[in-house]
Structure formats: C-alpha cells, structure tokens
Design a protein around this ligand. Structure first.
Ligand SMILES: Cc1ncc(COP(=O)(O)O)c(C=O)c1O
Length: 426
C-alpha cells in the first residue's frame, strides 16, 4: 500500500465532498441540473459563501488602532501566506486584482516595458487575455512578437517547438498552463526551465486560470515571474483575480502611490473577503488531502489532494469517452470530432467536441432542456484561435471537476444518445 492511500478512506467521500459546495445539484434559477460548466466558473465552497457574506458586513479597514482593523489585516496576511504555501514557494508576493485578465495585462505590460530585450514570445494556444496584452504592449514598446503555433490535433503546445522559438533576445515569454477550450495542459516545468536555459533573463508569465482547479501547482519548480489564477474557477467566488509575482517582477516600475511603499502593487482599499475566501480554498485542498492520505505536512496534503483530483477526473473523462456497460461513450459516434484527440494523457477534466451534422448550439440547448449544463464555444475572439485551424465554427464544451459523479456522466451520455436518436444520427 502506498503511503498516500489512507486505510480508512470514507466510502462516501464523494458525497462528503459534494456537501461542501453550494448548488451542486440545483441551480437557484432553473432548478435541478447537472453542472458540467466548471470551466466557466466552478462550484463555490459553502465556507467561501459564508466567509464572504460575514466579511461584507465588516466596515473596518486596515491600519487603524482597533481590534477589528487588526483582525482584517491578519486575515489578509494569512491569505497571502496560505496562497504562497498553496503555490509551494517561499519567495515572491501575492497580489489581488480585479480579474485574471486584468492581472495578466498588468504583469505582462510591466515585464514588456521593463525588459531590455527585443523579442516577446507567446503561443496561439493562449487565452485572449495574454495574447491581447502581448500584442498591445510589444507594439507599444517596439518589440518583436512571435506566437508559437499550437498543435491543433493535440490541442496543446509542443515543448520543443516552443523552445525552438526562444533565443537569447527573448525578454518576455507567456505561457498558458491549460487551455480552457481544449482542456489539455502543457508540460510547464520542462518548458519554463528550457526557456531559462536559452534566455536566463527572460520574464515568464503563466496563465494558470484553467489549470488551478485541477491542483498541482508547484512554483518552486518553475523558474517564472508571474502566475495568475481566477479564484471563481477554483471553488471561490467571482470578483477578484489572484497573482503570484517574483521579487524581480515586483521591483519593476509599476503604479503606486507617491511616497507610499514602493513594493506595493495593490491599489486602494482591499476587499478582505477576497483574501479570506482564498484561504478557504486553500483549507479545502488541505482537508481533501487529509481525507485521502496519511500525510502530515500541509504541502503533502495539497499534493495528495491534487493526485486525488487528477484520478477522479481521469475516471470521469474515461467514462465520458468510452461509456460504461451498455451506455455509449462519446468516442462511439464515428463522426464526432473530439478536440485534442480521444487519447490524450494531458487532458484535465474537460472534453470539447463537435459533430459535422449537428450544431453545437442545438446540442447545448437540448442538453440544457434535459437538465445538463454545458457550454458552446464559438469561433469568436475567445476561441477562434483553437476552432478556426480545425475548421470548426463552434464546439460543445463539457467541463468536469472532481466533485462530479460517474452517475452524472452516465446521465449525460444517455441524454446524448437520446438527442442523437431524435436527430436520426443513431
Ligand atoms: C485560461 C484563461 N485565461 C484567462 C481567463 C480570463 O479570466 P478572468 O475571467 O478572471 O478575467 C480565462 C477565463 O475563462 C481563462 O480560462
């Protein structure tokens, strides 16, 4: 038995997990539903909703000589320490901003404007948040921007191909950890270490927004300067983004108050609820780790939680692709186009697909009417970088998380089969 396999793992662990989240089976607006729209925003932890509400009622601000003010300050400090531990680094700083997009813009802009090198490298896999920022600021700073093409069949970046685009003149490189359209992650350790070997001064900024709910973030292994996540995609609530920045990036010129602390990147009065809710997310990962292993340290618990999440999601994806017993999986349909290919070991809980003879809008609506929430991704400014090379106008995105159940996947597959039969497509 491996050290991480707890002898007394509760049989009903999935139910215990589900009980920790809000609106697992019911939408307060539309009623009973299965939630497969996690890439649009994960379910929210009950502790997050509670702590957010409680703190919204507190009028006090930091920096006053009273008990409430000190509590607020401590909550903010605790959250920053929690986030550093969660990212597995003792260096750098945690920064809360308006959204993931806003933080990516700020980090990328600062790096491009400060870098003394002439080239910026990104990839066609990236979300428009980073692609727009690199396009705008490399033009403004008269730098050359290269976008490494992703592999359209595989739905991700080939590490060697990206590294072939790196030279010692590259001052800023942007990377997406996992695509929210293909669901395929990149080998971030190999890629970031490879970039640094060729261009040691390069600032590397990572968009970890789609990857974060799948766990396993280890910044001490990635020689990077920025890692951005959106907590609403990792069990917290809407309204803020969160970034880790290296000391080197923090010391670059940035907006700050005249005569205020120079290293401060956070602008204005803080929303203590955002910090406190992120601490709840970190506690959840720690709790989950303690349920699935006998590990003692917090770090080990995060790692064990991530391993559990990965296994759980792998099982859900397998059922979705290959079915179970007499229920057909998606790969059964001969004309289906599964983005990133059917077999892809870097898939993270998300399956996007299209049929030549059925519109994705129709499928999403039909699934919705059967109580299954999925999402259509169109070839617009968000997803055309992935869909256009595949000659697709749209796709259906089914995004799962570790709290989804096999029964929910089976229900989805049975509904798909009914829709296909009604449409005379088997
Ligand atoms: C990979 C990725 N990057 C960036 C964003 C934008 O994040 P936000 O909504 O926090 O601005 C998203 C949102 O879906 C995303 O999936």
């Amino acid at each position: 038995m491996r050290k991480d396999e707890k002898l007394t793992q509760p049989k009903d662990l999935l139910q215990v997990i589900r009980n920790k989240f809000c609106h697992v089976e019911e939408c307060p607006f539309s009623g009973k539903r299965i939630f497969f729209e996690n890439a649009g925003g994960s379910l929210t932890l009950k502790t997050v909703a509670k702590s957010s509400g409680d703190l919204a009622a507190i009028p006090d601000n930091q920096g006053r000589n009273n008990r409430a003010s000190r509590e607020v300050k401590d909550l903010i400090q605790k959250s920053k320490t929690d986030a550093l531990e969660f990212f597995n680094t003792e260096k750098g700083s945690i920064l809360i901003g308006e959204s993931g997009t806003e933080l990516l813009f700020r980090l990328i802009r600062s790096a491009i404007l400060a870098s003394e090198k002439g080239t910026v490298v990104g990839s066609t896999l990236e979300h428009p948040a980073s692609r727009s920022a690199t396009t705008k600021w490399s033009k403004y700073a008269s730098k050359y921007l290269t976008l490494i093409p992703h592999c359209k069949e595989y739905g991700s970046i080939n590490v060697q191909q990206y590294l072939d685009g790196i030279s010692s003149d590259v001052g800023v490189a942007t990377i997406i950890h996992t695509s929210p359209v293909t669901g395929i992650s990149i080998q971030i350790r190999e890629l970031t270490q490879g970039i640094k070997e060729i261009s040691p001064d390069c600032f590397i900024i990572v968009d970890g927004i789609q990857h974060a709910p799948h766990g396993e973030i280890n910044i001490s292994d990635y020689p990077i300067d920025g890692y951005v996540i959106s907590p609403y995609k990792v069990f917290s609530r809407h309204g803020y983004g969160l970034a880790w920045i290296s000391d080197r990036l923090r010391n670059l010129p940035h907006e700050t108050l005249l005569n205020g602390p120079a290293e401060n990147w956070e602008l204005g009065t803080r929303d203590v609820g955002s910090y406190a809710t992120f601490s709840e997310v970190v506690s959840y990962f720690e709790w989950l780790g303690s349920q699935v292993s006998t590990s003692l340290t917090r770090r080990e618990k995060f790692v064990d939680a991530s391993r559990f999440i990965k296994n759980q999601e792998r099982k859900l994806v397998e059922t979705m692709l290959y079915g179970k017993d007499n229920v057909k999986g998606l790969s059964y349909y001969p004309k289906i186009n599964i983005i990133g290919g059917i077999e892809n070991k870097f898939r993270e809980g998300l399956v996007s697909f299209a049929f030549p003879e059925l519109s994705s809008d129709f499928l999403v609506e039909e699934l919705n009417s059967k109580g299954i929430r999925t999402h259509v991704r169109k070839s617009d400014h968000y997803s055309s970088n992935i869909l256009e090379p595949l000659n697709l106008e749209s796709c259906v995105r089914v995004s799962m998380c570790h709290y989804n159940s096999e029964d929910e996947v089976i229900h989805f597959l049975v509904s798909m089969s009914e829709i296909m039969q009604q449409s005379n497509l088997k």
